[in-house]
Write a protein that binds this ligand. Structure first.
Ligand SMILES: O=C(CO)COP(=O)(O)O
Length: 254
């Protein structure tokens, strides 16, 4: 039950048409391991999804950074899961800490979003992770378990879910988790899945790490047995994103 290495690029709220075209050209020209070895998904802001979809190489996929919790309708400013599918978008990032903390998205709301997006056929990168305060008070695993539990309560099929462990204190700070810190949470989370969902889901679900991943630290992180890839923010806008994709080969040579 091998897990394929997964690298997501979360562009967040960045970019102009010109910059987006440059990033796509950089990605299209890159030589990276084949689709059998690594799954690459880039996530531009909503407005650039059609442009990126049209220009991006076909072995890379695209993700939205959010979507509405249920079917579309009178929800001003929202984008529905159905619209994403209609555009040919295959993935959506849900529960990113920037949405949990800035937009006050609760565990339950994120769980509802994950369940709805999966039900219409989208694949989901579901983000979990603790704040610095929560880590320092020793509650990392209870926070991550509660976030994951709100999803587990609402879905039964995990085959289209990737979990991104993104400690909030490591996001955009340059303070990357050490390989041991990442491995510890990933393995505890996998154990939580085994105990609460099932052994098969625990063994087959990709758990990727996010938070200050760059071209220099990606290989040591990728070498950890329960780190199945990355969700990359800042570095996904730069050429070093290619080096991060290539970290997949660390696994292949195991
Ligand atoms: O939030 C992240 C990816 O979703 C990580 O962001 P950085 O890689 O910029 O720390």
């Amino acid at each position: 039950m091998g897990r394929k290495f997964f690298v997501g690029g979360n562009w967040k709220c960045n970019g102009t048409i010109e910059e987006v075209k440059k990033i796509v050209t950089m990605l299209n020209e890159a030589e990276v391991p084949s689709e059998d070895v690594v799954e690459v998904v880039v996530s531009p802001p909503f407005v650039f999804l059609p442009l990126v979809k049209n220009l991006l190489r076909s072995d890379f996929q695209i993700a939205a950074q959010n979507c509405w919790v249920r079917k579309g309708g009178a929800f001003t400013g929202e984008v529905s899961a159905e619209m994403l599918l209609n555009l040919g978008v295959t993935w959506v990032i849900l529960g990113h800490s920037e949405r949990r903390l800035i937009m006050n998205e609760s565990n339950e709301f994120v769980g509802d979003k994950v369940a709805y997006a999966l039900s219409v056929g989208l694949k989901v990168i579901a983000c979990v992770g603790e704040t610095l305060e929560q880590r320092e008070s020793g509650s990392t695993m209870s926070v991550v378990a509660a976030q994951t539990n709100a999803i587990a309560d609402r879905i039964s099929n995990w085959s289209n879910v990737v979990i991104a462990y993104e400690p909030v204190w490591a996001i955009g700070t340059g303070k990357v988790a050490t390989p041991a810190q990442a491995q510890e949470v990933h393995s505890e989370l996998r154990k939580w899945l085994k105990d609460n969902v099932g052994a098969e889901v625990a063994a087959s679900t990709c758990i990727i790490y996010g938070g200050s991943v760059n071209g220099s630290n990606c290989k040591v992180l990728a070498a950890e047995p329960d780190v199945d890839g990355f969700l990359v923010g800042g570095a996904s806008l730069k050429p070093e994103f290619i080096d991060i994709i290539k970290a997949a080969t660390v696994k292949k040579s195991d």
